[in-house]
Design a protein around this ligand. Structure first.
Ligand SMILES: [Zn+2]
Length: 410
């Protein structure tokens, strides 16, 4: 199967001109854009279009076998987001479906999905539509969420025909799904630094996040000798230096994104120091070790400095590996070089988590910039990545036709 990459880029530029940076999920701009896509796809021969119980938009072309290859991503964006994040994966899927529909009945069923609310920009819950379809959400997870104006999520979703009590009914769509593929921008600087235009992605990394509070004793900056101090800032500094070095040495990532000394006066030893730590790793064992080492380091720093320590867990998600066979195909169809692990979460992670064979392709991001109007990728890199992705989709359809892809129990 062949797709003209220029046609995909044209779709993306037109979309950006109409609604670029303004398609926040559940907004009027976002919900105004989706019927355009739906009408466009519904006009193709043999294609049926539906919206599921979680607000995901599906276009399906029945093939010679019911096993379904799903291609997709998300049209929604963060406020002032770029022209590629999410919509690249939807538009390449739409163009591929159009090509397949005009060519007649494909070897297996082909579906395009635009997942609802990947970004979680309004209610803070990322991967909403894909998680609901994968049966990973309960209405209880969502019930208490409100936007920045205090409007509850239930009321907003109801305006879009989505009932919180029945979001998981979207899972019915996945019964025949044999594989899921997603093309996305990298949103980081690695591919550009390696001089690559695109790469296979072998999974999404996991994260552990916690808040730490070191508590000590206030004192005058000019009178208390250093050896008498119980300084929580010194404790935090020792902790941070060690935790960050440890993550680097273990091939992980560690970020202290928040750091505050209280009360925060230049002439006083602080009474407390608050820090958050976010650690990430592609391997669950290594991630658990990094988390345990961070906790141990924090206790040691508190002990060294005569301070006390409180730790509050904030968030945790395990890494997820994609299907090794599809990842090997993706490597072959891209540049043959090693696959990346995604540090960011994607809808593909939700599907992989329930045992659907999944893979992704990343295209390089200029200077690694994303979630910004400055987000960009060269046309040349897009051409290479789109061509590779379409080849991967074709080989995956052949695997499905031959019954050579199996779902794992998830
Ligand atoms: Zn995205």
């Amino acid at each position: 199967m062949r797709v003209d990459p220029s046609a995909v880029i044209e779709r993306l530029r037109a979309l950006d001109q109409r609604s670029g940076g303004r398609r926040v999920a559940w907004s009027a701009v976002w919900s105004g854009e989706r019927p355009r896509l739906a009408n466009d796809l519904a006009a193709l021969p043999g294609v049926g279009v539906e919206t599921d119980a979680a607000g995901n938009l599906w276009a399906t072309l029945r093939g010679r076998r019911p096993e379904t290859l799903v291609l997709g991503s998300h049209l929604d964006c963060v406020p002032d987001g770029g022209w590629l994040d999410g919509c690249l994966g939807v538009m390449v899927a739409a163009e591929l479906l159009a090509t397949a529909a005009h060519a007649g009945s494909p070897p297996c069923t082909l579906a395009v999905v635009d997942w609802a609310d990947e970004e979680g920009s309004r209610f803070g819950h990322s991967l909403l539509g894909s998680s609901a379809a994968a049966g990973l959400l309960t209405s209880r997870d969502l019930a208490g969420l409100v936007d920045h104006e205090g409007i509850p999520i239930a009321a907003v979703l109801a305006e879009h025909g989505v009932n919180l009590q029945t979001v998981n009914d979207a899972g019915a769509r996945l019964t025949w799904v044999g594989a899921y593929l997603e093309l996305h921008i990298e949103q980081g600087p690695v591919l550009e630094a390696q001089g690559r235009s695109c790469a296979a992605v072998k999974g999404c990394g996991g994260a552990r996040r916690m808040r730490l509070t070191f508590s000590g004793e206030a004192g005058h900056a000019g009178t208390v000798p250093m050896e008498h101090r119980r300084d929580p800032v010194r404790a935090a500094a020792e902790f941070i230096a060690t935790a960050l070095r440890r993550a680097r040495d273990d091939g992980g990532l560690a970020t202290v994104g928040e750091l505050q000394a209280r009360p925060g006066t230049p002439t006083a030893i602080a009474t407390a120091c608050h820090a958050t730590l976010d650690v990430r790793h592609a391997d669950v064992g290594a991630l658990d070790r990094l988390e345990a080492a961070a906790v141990e380091t924090a206790h040691a720093a508190a002990h060294d400095t005569g301070t006390t320590l409180g730790i509050e867990p904030l968030w945790s998600i395990d890494p997820i590996a994609f299907d090794s066979g599809l990842v090997a195909d993706a490597i072959r169809h891209t540049d043959g070089r090693p696959a990346l692990t995604s540090g960011a979460l994607h809808d593909a992670a939700a599907l992989a988590r329930v045992g659907i064979p999944t893979a992704m392709v990343f295209v390089a991001s200029r200077a690694g910039i994303s979630h910004s109007r400055a987000e960009d990728t060269s046309d040349a890199a897009l051409h290479t990545a789109i061509t590779a992705f379409v080849a991967l989709a074709s080989s995956t359809m052949q695997r499905l036709e031959a019954g050579r892809l199996a779902r794992s129990p998830g």
